[in-house]
Design a protein around this ligand. Structure first.
Ligand code: SAM
Ligand code: DTB
Ligand code: SF4
Length: 341
């Protein structure tokens, strides 16, 4: 099998991957995974909500929108020292990347200055830095890059068609513009979406098609399963067939062989076996720590046990630290654009 990194996938090809028999899809995804990624290795990110709630946007999935009564307590932008202390604790428990999330439509200049100080503080701990602050301009993206921001997370969330039913306060094009500003500033792009919002299978295919035909594939692709939060318009969304979640991971892996596919929100509702299937289908990144932004995530002890049971090691962490529990004995990432299996 010839495996090449491509940006010219057609929607028909993406749909054909989704239509593969489940075992064929997982087998193909794992084969691609092993050509481009370190097997048995998962990258560990920790999330911190640095500004919580009272967001003016109307994203129908989100507990932080000011428009929905979810009982969430708002929290103003944290102090730099507190963020640095939380990052240090995350590092000590095995995380290599620290992601700071803020419930903004887009950051105001005064707030951005404080976030830049947070980025410098986290970077000085030797961690990779990531932020998700809503829309940013080209100038703001350059400021973030200069402060030492490695990754910027901004999701497309779903297909353009279904997006219209989920968010009205910013357009799909706004999101693409932010991604371009981030790319142009030289930062790594972290961009994915949410599944289980009541979308059709075609919407999942279209989302992945758009991600896989961006000028450059995102470096990280978070695949979130909707966390159905009471008080949001999607609180009663129908649960997705777990195999369709795995299919989404597998197709993302095949389309974007070099990226980190992150098994993101929704792990608290997944069995260990389902998570293992996601890793088999090519997921190689997770959020680690007992909270995502405002909702729960598995206990760290539980994740450590899961990693030990699956002999998964944390990317970039020495074996004695936290979740790094075994050695893989495998060579480094495949480096060429095309590999033959
Ligand atoms: N406010 C910024 C923005 O929207 O770009 C950054 C924070 S926002 C919470 C980051 C991402 O979290 C969203 O784009 C969405 O993909 C994801 N998210 C939010 N609520 C979620 C939920 N209930 N379930 C799954 N993912 C969710
Ligand atoms: C992403 O794609 N998922 C994370 C991160 N990027 C910022 C956020 C998930 C949020 C889940 C709902 C919550 O905890 O508020
Ligand atoms: Fe605000 Fe981001 Fe939540 Fe949308 S997803 S309501 S922009 S915090």
């Amino acid at each position: 099998m010839i495996v090449t990194v491509r940006n010219d996938w057609t929607l028909a090809e993406v749909k054909a991957l989704f239509a593969l028999p489940f075992m064929d899809l997982v087998f193909t995804a794992q084969t691609v995974h092993r050509r481009f990624q370190e097997p048995n290795t998962v990258q560990i990110s920790t999330l911190l909500s640095i500004k919580t709630g009272a967001c003016p946007e109307d994203c129908a999935y989100c507990p932080q929108s000011v428009r929905f009564d979810t009982g969430l307590e708002s929290q103003a932008l944290l102090e730099v020292e507190e963020v640095a202390a939380r990052a240090l604790a995350a590092k000590q428990s095995g995380a290599t990347r620290f992601c700071m999330g803020a419930a903004y439509r887009s950051p105001k200049p005064k707030d951005l200055r404080k976030v830049l100080a947070m980025i410098r503080a986290v970077k000085s701990l030797g961690m990779e830095t990531c932020a998700t602050l809503g829309m940013v301009t080209a100038e703001q993206a350059l400021d973030l890059k200069q402060a030492g921001l490695d990754y910027y997370n901004h999701n497309l969330d779903t297909s353009p068609r279904y997006y219209e039913q989920i968010i009205s306060t910013r357009t799909y094009q706004d999101r693409l513009d932010t991604l371009q500003a981030v790319r142009d500033a030289g930062m790594n792009v972290c961009c994915g979406g949410i599944v289980g919002m009541g979308e059709e299978p075609e919407d999942r295919a279209e989302l992945l098609h758009i991600l896989a035909t961006l000028p450059v594939h995102p470096d990280s692709v978070p695949i979130n399963q909707l966390v159905r939060v009471a008080g949001t318009p999607l609180e009663n969304a129908q649960a997705l067939d777990p195999f369709d979640f795995v299919r989404t991971i597998g197709v993302a892996r095949i389309l974007m062989p070099r990226c980190h596919v992150r098994l993101s929100a929704g792990r608290s509702e997944m069995s260990d076996e389902l998570q293992a299937l996601c890793f088999l289908a090519g997921a190689n990144s997770i959020f680690y720590g007992e909270k995502l932004l405002t909702t729960g995530n598995p206990d760290t002890e539980h994740d450590q046990t899961l990693f030990r049971r699956l002999q998964i090691v944390a990317e970039g962490a020495p074996a004695h630290q936290g979740v790094a529990v075994a050695a893989t004995g495998h060579a480094s990432h495949a480096e060429s654009n095309a590999a033959t299996a």
